[in-house]
Design a protein around this ligand. Structure first.
Ligand code: NAD
Length: 362
């Protein structure tokens, strides 16, 4: 690792490790940042549980198509007044709700852009789930809307806030595995027929957009440079009808200007590990599982010693750290660690991967 590269990595690791642990954040319980959760599905459920464990982040409003059932249920659970339950039609009235500082967008991918723009127009900061949107054009629209409204935009790359990931970054920055040479990564799952993720209209793409984005983002972020050369193969082996609109699997490679190479895979139609390997000239690190909600396990060899570090923390701790990081950015007027620009860079790489596979998205 040359000095320039080391300095870059050290600064990066410092930025990551400089994030306060949620256990260490000074209590601001008198003035927690208020979030409105939009779309009360599985990820918003986790996000709301995460905020309930926080001193600095709190869910203060809900946006749902089912105000009298789902809305009422979560309002009762988290002490949210009935007047702070909105529908998708009344959402814009959130402008007048002083208890809401930010919105958390937990909607299907193709709805992220519209609700981020509307939140910005209502003068609220935005924490938007990954993938940021379904095209780089939409990502730019979201960044512009937030810039114009002078609100912050962060993308929910939760593993950026996991201490085990921060430890891997620290080891890398210490030089103990030497100059980085390559990565391998993957994330695999089985999706049931009928899921919105299998529709182009709501998912925007298939496994790459939803699962492949995890190794893609981790690699881009750790390499701290942008990939320029791509090869990709898209494959759909299951002919049962689940994958009539989006791909089942994607395998791809990326090359970075420094010469670092990465080889990745993801699928909606197979079981497999969630993993990332970082191979250096003197050692290596393996995260497996890498992208799970908890239990991230770090192994490898660095500085001539074996590494075996089981992850600390239990679901929903990554989301608590994420919600608190954004809360701290809002209170202290600082830049989020995973801003909209980070989501845009992933989307540009996703578009390049689809193009390399011969299936460009709109
Ligand atoms: P989900 O299906 O469980 O929830 C989606 C919510 O959106 C539901 O409340 C649903 O009622 C609402 N909705 C509104 N309009 C809809 C429409 N036209 N069609 C379908 N649902 C509609 O989905 P989820 O798993 O919570 O995913 C939501 C977002 O969160 C996605 O962008 C996904 O990529 C992201 N996500 C992130 C993580 C993470 O670890 N960061 C994990 C899972 C999902």
């Amino acid at each position: 690792m040359d000095r320039r590269e080391f300095a870059k990595l050290s600064a990066f690791a410092l930025a990551w490790t400089g994030l306060p642990s949620y256990a260490q954040i000074p209590a601001l319980s008198h003035n927690p940042v208020g979030y409105a959760a939009i779309g009360l599905g599985s990820i918003s459920d986790i996000f709301m549980r995460a905020c309930a464990q926080s001193q600095t982040a709190k869910v203060t409003a809900l946006v749902t198509g089912h105000p009298d059932t789902k809305g009422a249920k979560y309002a009762a659970m988290y002490g949210i007044p009935k007047t702070s339950i909105y529908t998708y039609e009344t959402f814009d009235r959130i402008l007048d709700n002083k208890d809401v500082d930010a919105v958390y967008v937990g909607l299907p991918n193709s709805m992220h852009c519209e609700y981020t723009v509307r939140a910005a127009q209502a003068a609220k900061h935005v924490l938007c789930e990954k993938p940021m949107a379904v095209s780089s054009r939409e990502c730019r629209q979201m960044i512009d809307a937030c810039r114009q409204a002078r609100v912050k935009l962060m993308i929910g790359y939760r593993v950026h806030y996991d201490p085990t990931w921060l430890q891997a970054i620290q080891i890398l920055a210490s030089g103990e595995i030497g100059q980085l040479q390559s990565f391998q990564g993957g994330f695999f799952a089985q999706l049931p027929a009928g899921a919105w993720r299998l529709t182009r209209k709501l998912g925007g793409g298939g496994a790459l957009m939803d699962l492949g984005i995890y190794p893609l983002n981790a690699i881009r972020h750790i390499a701290a440079e942008e990939p320029t050369d791509f090869t990709a193969v898209l494959a759909t082996r299951d002919r049962g009808g689940r994958f009539s609109e989006v791909e089942q699997s994607m395998e791809w490679t990326m090359k970075f200007p420094s010469g670092i190479v990465a080889s990745c895979g993801c699928s909606y139609g197979q079981r497999g590990p969630s993993f990332l390997t970082l191979n250096g000239e003197k050692g290596y690190l393996v995260m497996e599982p890498a992208f799970n909600y908890d239990g991230v396990h770090l192994r490898g060899e660095a500085g001539g010693r074996p590494i075996d570090q089981p992850g600390a923390g239990k679901l929903p701790f990554q989301f608590t750290l994420e919600a608190e990081h954004f809360a701290s950015c809002i209170r202290n007027n600082t830049q989020p660690e995973s801003p909209g620009e980070e989501g845009l860079k992933d989307m540009l790489a996703i578009e390049a991967i689809y193009k390399a596979a011969g299936a460009p998205i709109a």
